[in-house]
Design a binder for this molecule. Structure first.
Ligand code: ADP
Ligand code: MG
Length: 237
């Protein structure tokens, strides 16, 4: 389903290149739910953004459903992302001027799906995330946890092959966090959606089927675990 091969990434700050990911390789099966764990600054968001095709790596390849998204051109990648990749952000990123239902429908508007089918799918998903009666409200009328449920419903509406979630419970209290994680676990069970969930909390990670950990840009466990060299300062990539 998802295969990451020797991904290396460097950022340029001023005249210096800093390598923030070092030859990361792993694979995730269809329907798996995995946690990507690591402390702040370890490279989790960078890796997630690369896997979601939001930016290109310095080196390496990323396959989603056998398509190499690193080699894809801009237009093809944009279309591929709309159809195959879902993303859940820490800050929900809902559109405040649209209702809950319109937010959930939005990805299908770009795919020219008819309004009646969009509505039907959005209402079914709002039911799935436990918000059947909030469809006509605006995001500002919901709690943080409810807004994140809306964003989860939105990420699912295109029936993507994989959903990436970057610290989806980072803004929420621990009770609400628990609710959101159990919704993700339930959706993984019922819809067989593949989830990659970034977290820096061990308790959250432990509920997933598998855990990968990053430390200073190195993968320190997961299925392709080699003995990692000690991190060193790198010159240009
Ligand atoms: P995490 O999500 O695990 O906290 P990030 O992937 O956001 O880590 O960051 C990893 C490293 O890359 C950090 O040292 C961070 O400062 C650096 N970094 C992230 N984004 C950029 C950027 N756009 N430009 C320069 N450095 C960046
Ligand atoms: Mg991050």
């Amino acid at each position: 389903m998802l295969r990451v091969e020797k991904i290396t990434h460097s950022f340029k700050t001023g005249n210096e290149w800093t390598k923030v990911l070092h030859e990361i390789s792993f694979a995730v099966k269809q329907g798996e739910m995995v946690a990507l764990l690591g402390s702040s600054g370890s490279g989790k968001s960078t890796l997630l953004n690369l896997m979601a095709g939001l930016m290109k790596p310095t080196d390496g390849h990323i396959f989603i459903a056998d398509h190499d998204i690193v080699l894809m051109g801009e237009n093809k990648l944009a279309e591929f992302r709309r159809k195959n990749i879902g993303f859940i952000f820490q800050a929900y990123e809902l559109i405040t001027s649209l209702t809950v239902r319109e937010n959930v429908e939005l990805p299908l508007v770009f795919q020219s799906v008819s309004p009646s089918i969009r509505k039907q799918k959005a209402l079914a998903l709002l039911e799935q995330v436990g918000l059947p009666d909030k469809a006509d409200l605006f995001p500002s009328q919901l709690s943080g946890g409810q807004q994140q449920r809306v964003s989860i419903a939105r990420s699912l509406i295109t029936e993507p092959s994989v959903i990436f979630a970057d610290e989806p419970t980072g803004n929420l209290d621990s009770k609400t966090e628990e609710e959101i994680i159990s919704i993700l676990l339930k959706l993984n069970q019922t819809m067989k959606t593949t989830f990659i969930v970034v977290t820096h909390e061990q308790e959250v990670a432990e509920q997933m089927q598998r855990t990968f950990s990053l430390r200073d840009g190195y993968l320190i466990n997961g299925q392709h675990t080699d003995v990692q060299p000690a991190p060193t300062e790198e010159e240009s990539p």
